[in-house]
Design a protein around this ligand. Structure first.
Ligand SMILES: [Zn+2]
Ligand SMILES: [Zn+2]
Length: 238
């Protein structure tokens, strides 16, 4: 069974890699997302003028809403077939979860980033579909500061997702992994995502990628100690 899964995964990886256009550039992909995201955050923060305490509260509040959006989109669009979320479902359950399994979580080359990061257009869709309308409403009815803090918070949440998810797929022992290992709690968060990549768990548990707030609130947090997990992997491989 385990060998079948490995074989199927290797086959899928080979096919997927063939389908990536020869002009795909992983670094360009990553830097485009970072440039747009950080650009919006810095621009928004630069527009703030004498911010009140309640206006500052918009920032963490937005992060909290994004945490729910991450949970919602992942659970109900990424792991369930829907009419409007078809493309996301096929990219997520179809591609991402066939490419990475709990025993093979590392990307192997920069070209593999294609299956780790969201496509670049998604940050623009997020900006146009959620940030601009929400910001407009806040600017009209609350204040300019709250609109800019909402934009900064929303995009920070987006980048938080991208960076954390990417970090979980960094090869073990890579210099970049060593940087993340300094962050308290990061290793546990990565382990939660590793557990989510078990085929039998992916539709049930650990839908948060950043902080497992809504997994905790909605009872979908699944934990297995790393020792038990490794022992289980060993027996499956035999
Ligand atoms: Zn993943
Ligand atoms: Zn998933």
């Amino acid at each position: 069974m385990a060998i079948m899964t490995l074989e199927a995964m290797a086959k899928f990886r080979a096919l997927y890699r063939q389908s990536i256009g020869s002009n795909y550039n992983g670094w360009l992909h990553m830097f485009s997302v970072l440039l747009v995201g950080l650009g919006v955050i810095f621009y928004s923060l630069s527009r703030l003028e004498s911010v009140s305490l309640y206006e500052y509260a918009v920032f963490p509040l937005t992060l909290f809403v994004v945490n729910f959006a991450e949970y919602y989109a992942h659970r109900w669009l990424g792991h369930r077939k829907t009419k409007y979320g078809k493309l996301f479902y096929s990219r997520h359950t179809g591609d991402h979860h066939s490419f990475f399994l709990e025993h093979s979580m590392d990307y192997q080359s920069v070209r593999d980033w294609r299956v780790v990061l969201f496509p670049v257009y998604l940050i623009f869709a997020f900006l146009i579909g959620l940030i601009l309308p929400g910001g407009y409403v806040l600017a009209e009815f609350v204040s300019g500061n709250s609109a800019y803090l909402y934009a900064a918070g929303g995009i920070s949440g987006y980048l938080f997702y991208e960076i954390m998810h990417f970090s979980y797929h960094i090869p073990r022992g890579h210099w970049a992994e060593k940087i993340f290992l300094y962050i308290p709690g990061w290793k546990a968060l990565r382990h939660l995502h590793v557990l989510h990549h078990k085929r039998e768990k992916m539709g049930e548990a650990n839908f948060n990628i950043t902080l497992p707030i809504f997994d905790l609130l909605l009872g979908t947090l699944y934990w297995q100690s790393p020792t038990t997990f490794s022992a289980e992997l060993k027996t499956k491989a035999e």
